[in-house]
Write a protein that binds this ligand. Structure first.
Ligand code: FMN
Length: 258
């Protein structure tokens, strides 16, 4: 079973074009996976379904692993669904050539996971939903944010909705969706092969921080931040590369996944 969770950063609910694009991609994945005898579960959450506060910048998540806002808003619900999924769609309407505010807020609230690799081994596709114009850098930026979080990003796609003149969205988007679905399934099977050079560079920095913290604890008794404890428990620094760590995570979760 391939479990997909999608977050669409639009408050338009069932009317959301972004959700519609996400549903379309899911339809393509379901069809392609079925050809290989793989079942798919899919859920898309739109921003109006959750109450999500802006990050206050207290850095408690890095130090203690606990976000104080999680006690009062719905972020734990979204986090739980992300942790249970094999694949994530991050979908956003385009606002002034960029992602929507709520989409960035969700990413901000997950930032500490980029230090702990909670989402490593999971596949991802990003979707930008737009009327007509888009910053050519947006796809790359969305891709990069998700790869910072440790995901194996299979594709980043932009879908223009039907309000655009001369564009039949369904016809235009079909082949793009098909290719993205194929890459997503490949990334679910072998997430390590979608790891990028930037992810490897970031991982080298993380391992250096982990090792420094270990030395500081030994020689000066400085307690580890929670993110270091988590990385030590997960054996992040025991691997020779981020791709190797992703292979380890995938091995450990196999049986559950594809
Ligand atoms: C505040 C705001 C800013 C927008 N900025 C752009 C833009 O810069 N370029 C564009 O093509 N569409 C822009 N749009 C249109 C939306 O990106 C587009 O209609 C999108 O599909 C809406 O998705 P939704 O229905 O899921 O909310 C904007 C819409 C809003 C509400």
């Amino acid at each position: 079973m391939l479990r997909i969770i999608s977050f669409a950063g639009s408050f338009m609910g069932e009317k959301s074009h972004t959700k519609r694009a996400s549903d379309m991609l899911a339809e393509h994945v379901i069809r392609k996976a079925a050809e290989e005898g793989i079942g798919v579960s899919y859920e898309c959450i739109t921003a109006d379904q959750l109450r999500i506060e802006h990050c206050r910048g207290c850095a408690s998540c890095f130090k203690t692993g606990i976000c104080p806002l999680d006690r009062t808003d719905d972020m734990p619900l979204l986090k739980q669904k992300l942790l249970e999924a094999d694949a994530v769609f991050l979908c956003t309407p385009v606002y002034l050539w960029d992602m929507s505010g709520i989409t960035k807020t969700v990413i901000d609230r997950l930032t500490y996971w980029s230090h702990r690799y909670d989402l490593a081994g999971k596949a991802c596709v990003t979707i930008a939903s737009t009327d007509s114009s888009i910053d050519p850098g947006l796809e790359d930026r969305l891709k990069q944010y998700m790869s910072f979080l440790g995901l194996s990003v299979a594709d980043a796609i932009t879908v223009m909705n039907y309000r655009s003149p001369n564009i039949n969205r369904e016809d235009e988007a079909g082949p793009v969706m098909d290719a993205a679905a194929e890459r997503l399934i490949a990334a679910c099977k072998d997430p390590a092969s979608f790891i990028t050079e930037i992810q490897e560079q970031l991982w080298i920095g993380r391992v250096r921080s982990i090792k420094q913290s270990v030395v500081l604890k030994e020689i000066a008794g400085i307690e580890h931040w929670d993110e270091i404890k988590v990385c030590l428990e997960r054996g992040v620094a025991d691997c020779g590369s981020f791709a190797e760590y992703v292979r380890k995570v995938k091995r450990e979760s196999d049986g559950d996944q594809l």
